[in-house]
Ligand binder design. Structure first.
Ligand SMILES: [Zn+2]
Length: 76
């Protein structure tokens, strides 16, 4: 079943948090936060609103930097 919003759906909070972090690693269309959808009950990323607190987590920040650097090396 697809969500009427047409957005990517994530079944669990850890899953959508991972997707949020990955969007920052890839630079493009970095999402700011996620929310639980009223239509499908799953989680979606959003580029609106305040940034999610996990993005301020030093471990998460370090991981984003590290993986961005790894991507530069592989040319992506
Ligand atoms: Zn939805």
């Amino acid at each position: 079943m697809r969500c009427p919003t047409g957005k990517n759906s994530y079944y669990s909070e850890p899953e959508v948090q991972e997707a949020l972090i990955r969007s920052h690693i890839r630079f493009l269309q970095a999402a700011k936060n996620y929310y639980q959808c009223n239509d499908c009950g799953r989680f979606h990323l959003t580029s609106q609103g305040d940034p999610n607190l996990i993005l301020n987590d030093p471990e998460v920040k370090a991981r984003i930097k590290r993986e961005q650097r790894a991507q530069e090396w592989t040319g992506h």
